[in-house]
Design a protein around this ligand. Structure first.
Ligand SMILES: Cc1cc2nc3c(=O)[nH]c(=O)nc-3n(C[C@H](O)[C@H](O)[C@H](O)COP(=O)(O)OP(=O)(O)OC[C@H]3O[C@@H](n4cnc5c(N)ncnc54)[C@H](O)[C@@H]3O)c2cc1C
Length: 423
């Protein structure tokens, strides 16, 4: 066993909001217990390639790294606003929802104050040796730890048909801002945007902003549905509901996630109305709509027809084809495989469906779980509910993880004012 590998109480893979929140709250575990984070990006950042002008958060700023658990914490969003001198400016500007770039800058500010975050280190393999997890990067062991937190986020989903397209004619939404120069110089050329969620709408807006006059927005949903953000929808994003949800049978949880999806994955109403209003006003000015709205089309194949891309779509009325010279793909996101070596992977319990089993405290069921916990963050929407996929109760999740790791109640939280009865 190599002895020069740094050892920590816990290692977190990824330094996105999920692990930053745990790190911010970790001090209270007590002296001698250190958490180190390893982040593959070279510097702090949060979906930086998608920070287009005008994009807004889908959650309110109270849903920061710490406030819903400990509003007195120095890494609260409010403390960020005050100590960086922007609180009056932000309030005065009267945003309904804050710019995403503001939240990104908040996360950077918080990350800079947290110790033991190593940037530019991609953890590509984790093994379990002599009672400790060993995290490796590029063939080198970088840390040993008693516990492990995997918070590697999501990456764009790539349907099979996308691979059939020439690389210079198709991009994923995450790469749009870097590849604007590759878009056709002819602003009247037809551009296809594929996707039904917020990211696809933001891509349409980017193209509109550049003056493109023939944007064909293709989506699988039967309409480009708005985010459901009513008080009754928000009931689903609170600890009281999570407690109820955790007690349900597996299939019931899956069904509920399906029926609640628009509370998480819909398009912000403000984005939709801005887009529809621009489209209408352009028609008044130019005599044509620059955006053609093409819902209820499930793209199942793609091919080149002469110089054009043709997307074959299943629709409720049969097959449909949509053509353009360029495709922007925003077809949702998925998780990366767990970075475990073969031996550790064999010790992980899986469900009948072949999925790792996540417990109510976000820990993974595996052979050594009694002593060494592996927490999976943002991978348990069918265990903890859709709330696991976003920022809504981030500090509450962190508290549950910290309590489980410490095997005592380091943090308590309350959710008493509940008027809804689910059972
Ligand atoms: C454009 C966009 C906007 C969003 N807006 C909102 C919003 O307004 N409100 C909301 O609630 N949710 C929003 N979400 C959902 C959002 O992703 C989550 O709420 C949040 O980012 C999840 O945090 P995370 O830390 O789990 O994942 P991420 O934020 O994805 O962070 C994961 C981190 O892990 C790093 N990483 C990955 N693999 C490795 C590895 N092997 N080794 C080291 N590091 C690694 C990544 O570089 C990344 O920094 C948005 C998502 C997107 C894509």
């Amino acid at each position: 066993m190599a002895t020069d590998i740094p050892e920590y109480h816990a290692v977190g893979i990824g330094a996105g909001p999920a692990n930053l929140s745990v790190a911010a709250l970790f001090d209270k575990v007590g002296p001698g217990r250190e958490l180190a984070l390893f982040e593959s990006q070279s510097a702090p950042g949060w979906h930086d390639t998608m920070l287009h002008a005008g994009v807004r958060m889908q959650t309110g700023w109270l849903k920061d790294l710490v406030s819903l658990l400990d509003p007195t914490h120095h890494l609260s969003f409010l403390n960020y606003l005050v100590t960086t001198g922007r609180v009056f400016g932000l309030i005065g500007a009267g945003f309904d929802t804050i710019p995403r770039i503001e939240f990104t800058q908040y996360l950077e500010w918080a990350a800079q104050q947290l110790p033991r975050i190593s940037y530019g280190v991609r953890i590509d393999q984790v093994s379990f040796e002599d009672g400790r997890f060993v995290s490796h990067s590029g063939g080198r062991a970088v840390a040993r730890s008693e516990h492990l937190l995997v918070a590697t986020g999501t990456r764009p989903q790539m349907p099979n048909w996308f691979a059939a397209l020439p690389a210079d004619r198709a991009i994923i939404a995450d790469g749009l801002s870097q590849r604007l120069a590759d878009l056709p110089a002819d602003l009247d050329a037809p551009i296809l945007v594929v996707g039904s969620g917020q990211t696809s709408a933001e891509c349409v807006n980017v193209l509109l902003g550049r003056g493109h006059t023939d944007i064909r927005w293709v989506g699988r949903r039967s309409w480009f549905a708005p985010l459901e953000d009513s008080p009754s929808a928000n009931d689903l994003y609170r600890p009281a509901y999570q407690e109820y949800f955790l007690g349900l049978p597996r299939q019931a949880r899956r069904d509920l996630v399906g029926s609640q999806i628009l509370t998480s994955d819909g398009i912000s109403p403000g984005t939709l109305s801005g887009l529809y209003q621009s489209n209408y006003e352009s028609r008044l000015r130019t005599g044509r709509f620059p955006v053609t709205i093409l819902p209820a089309r499930d793209v199942v194949e793609a091919r080149m027809v002469g110089d054009e891309i043709e997307l074959g779509c299943d629709t409720p009325g049969g097959r449909d084809a949509q053509r353009g010279v360029f495709v922007v793909l925003a077809a949702g996101r998925t998780t990366a495989p767990l970075p475990f070596d073969a031996e550790l992977a064999r010790e992980v319990d899986v469900s009948d469906a072949g999925e790792p089993i996540i417990e109510g405290d976000y820990s993974l069921r595996w052979k050594g779980a009694d002593r060494n916990k592996i927490f999976l963050l943002n991978r348990g929407r069918y265990v903890q509910g859709l709330v696991d996929s976003n920022l809504s109760i981030l500090p509450i999740r962190s508290a549950m993880i910290i309590n489980s790791m410490a095997q005592r109640s380091v943090y308590t939280f309350r959710d008493d004012y509940v008027s809804t009865r689910w059972s």
